[in-house]
Ligand binder design. Structure first.
Ligand SMILES: Cc1cc2nc3c(=O)[nH]c(=O)nc-3n(C[C@H](O)[C@H](O)[C@H](O)COP(=O)(O)OP(=O)(O)OC[C@H]3O[C@@H](n4cnc5c(N)ncnc54)[C@H](O)[C@@H]3O)c2cc1C
Length: 479
């Protein structure tokens, strides 16, 4: 890219353009997942929507690969690209909570911690994920599961409006009443349709929670996983609780005698008082063997949201595999325990996040996110500090996934996919909704400018009129 070429963007851009020759280029291009190493030609730290428009126009006119970076947490590093332009939104982070309308508007560079910080003084929260450094943008556009999901749904189920810069550089607001086809597609279809610059969410009453992790020795894992499986469907929806197979980290936080020991954990968050929370957990505790530690207590919700942040700083090696899970037979539990026992590092884990309650009360075609009849979203994550362990993390993740996949649904969650999954499993992830996504893509991004993502190919003209029922075409094109 010559100086002459970049001069065309500089004229319209107020933020900072970072080039490979800049001293902080390596820092600016670094992603959360240290396994991914991408070298963009230009990183555009945007200040406002006008900067985003300038970037979109520039990348389109110059034929440059274009990536959009929110929190930069994506497993395969889809918030960046080689040899192209990165629209970096991390400096656009204002948030405004409105306690009267029970809503919060957050810019697209916010982490979930930024939004939690702004809503907490008003006793409000939006269902986001379980690590507060995750970007709101990528998390939301892929779906979003967390502690509040059983009661209040996925993050997308709480999205009311999104401001979007489209491939032609125009700016629209998508909601149930405006560009409703685009609004539908944004709720799970990822970054395929444009650059979202801000999100308006419905927020819910959440202030103090009774929450924290409970750990058991690995020898109790079978009993704990069985008890959790039977307990979850009858537990009140105010309780978000996931089960995990882990290792007790060798950190001062934990008592030394347990360091490095394989363990089973249930991490829970009850939206209510300690007494109510203890009551909600009681049936589980009655059904399980003695535990090694129980750190549940009354804490502010943002503290729970940030609980795992110190364990997972930026730059670790991550290899992800995911599936949706309908049921958890005893044989599946045995397979999980056998595979988890072979984990290549202390940080490597398997989690099963609940998908029930409010998620199931929304129709499967109401958003592209299709797994509403699942019971859990499973993630296997091989994690370590040492880049030399990357191959071991991948091998373990793939073998573990292969061993348990036969018990699971075909589809997996797009936010838990690496690149090797995206090729083969994307259509399954969207199921019946894939065709409709391709139609919306053809309308809003026909030349596939936004393709550094879990890419949905624009439907071809013949597909528009030959393979899709006319009612769907009409709904999609609003004719
Ligand atoms: C430690 C950790 C914990 C996690 N926990 C959870 C969890 O509890 N629940 C859950 O559901 N997921 C969870 N995830 C997965 C997470 O949702 C995805 O990794 C998500 O992609 C992260 O979003 P981001 O904005 O940080 O990522 P980025 O890497 O910045 O972007 C991810 C994708 O979104 C697109 N994108 C980003 N911003 C925009 C925008 N403004 N407009 C259009 N497209 C955009 C990008 O093109 C890219 O394809 C977790 C991930 C990590 C690393």
């Amino acid at each position: 890219m010559t100086d002459q070429t970049t001069a065309t963007i500089e004229r319209h851009f107020r933020g900072r353009l970072i080039r490979p020759s800049d001293a902080d280029y390596d820092n600016a291009r670094a992603l959360y997942n240290g396994m991914i190493d991408k070298r963009p030609r230009l990183i555009a730290r945007c200040m406002d929507v006008a900067d985003v428009i300038a970037c979109v126009n520039f990348a389109r006119d110059e034929g440059l690969p274009l990536a959009i970076r929110g929190g930069g947490h994506n497993g395969p590093g889809l918030g960046s690209c080689d040899d192209g332009l990165v629209i970096d939104l991390s400096t656009i982070t204002s948030v405004r909570a409105d306690p009267k309308s029970l809503t919060v508007r957050g810019d697209a560079g916010c982490t979930s911690g930024d939004v939690d910080h702004a809503t907490h003084p008003f006793g409000l929260a939006v269902p986001f994920g379980i690590v507060s450094t995750t970007g709101v943008a990528g998390l939301t556009l892929g779906g979003g599961t967390g502690y509040l999901t059983r009661k209040y749904g996925l993050t997308i189920d709480n999205l009311l409006e999104a401001d979007v810069v489209l491939a032609d550089g125009s700016f629209v607001t998508a909601s149930a009443n405006q560009h409703s086809d685009l609004f539908w597609a944004l709720r799970g279809g990822g970054g395929n349709f444009g650059v979202v610059t801000s999100f308006l969410f419905h927020a819910h009453p959440v202030k103090m929670v009774y929450a924290g992790p409970v750990f058991w020795e690995a020898t109790s894992a079978k009993a704990v996983m069985r008890a959790y499986r039977d307990f979850l469907p009858i537990a009140p929806e105010d309780l978000g609780a996931f089960v995990g197979l882990k290792t007790v980290p060798s950190m001062d936080l934990f008592s030394r005698e347990h360091w490095g020991k394989r363990a089973c954990a249930v991490i829970s968050c009850y939206n209510g008082s300690a007494a109510e929370g203890e009551n909600a957990m009681a049936p589980l505790f009655k059904a399980v063997p003695p535990l090694i530690f129980n750190w549940m207590s009354a804490i502010p919700f943002p503290v729970m949201q940030a609980l795992f942040d110190p364990l997972f700083p930026k730059g670790l090696q991550w290899y992800w595999k995911g599936d949706f899970v309908k049921s958890l037979p005893d044989e599946a539990i045995d397979t999980h325990i056998a595979q988890a026992a072979r984990a290549p590092s202390e940080l490597s884990l398997m989690h099963l996040y609940p998908i029930d309650g409010a998620v199931r009360r929304i129709a499967k075609d109401a958003t592209p996110w299709t797994a509403r009849d699942a019971t859990w979203s499973m993630v296997i994550a091989g994690i370590d500090r040492d880049p030399n362990r990357a191959d071991a993390l991948k091998t373990w993740g793939r073998e573990y996934w292969k061993a348990v996949h036969r018990y699971n649904l075909e589809a997996g969650y797009v936010n838990f996919m690496m690149s090797d999954d995206v090729e083969g499993r994307l259509q399954a992830a969207y199921g019946e909704n894939y065709k409709r996504l391709a139609l919306v893509k053809a309308k809003y991004d026909p030349s596939n400018l936004f393709r550094v993502n879990q890419n949905i190919k624009p439907a071809l003209a013949c597909e528009l009129f030959c393979t899709v029922p006319s009612t769907t075409v009409r709904a999609t094109w609003q004719i």
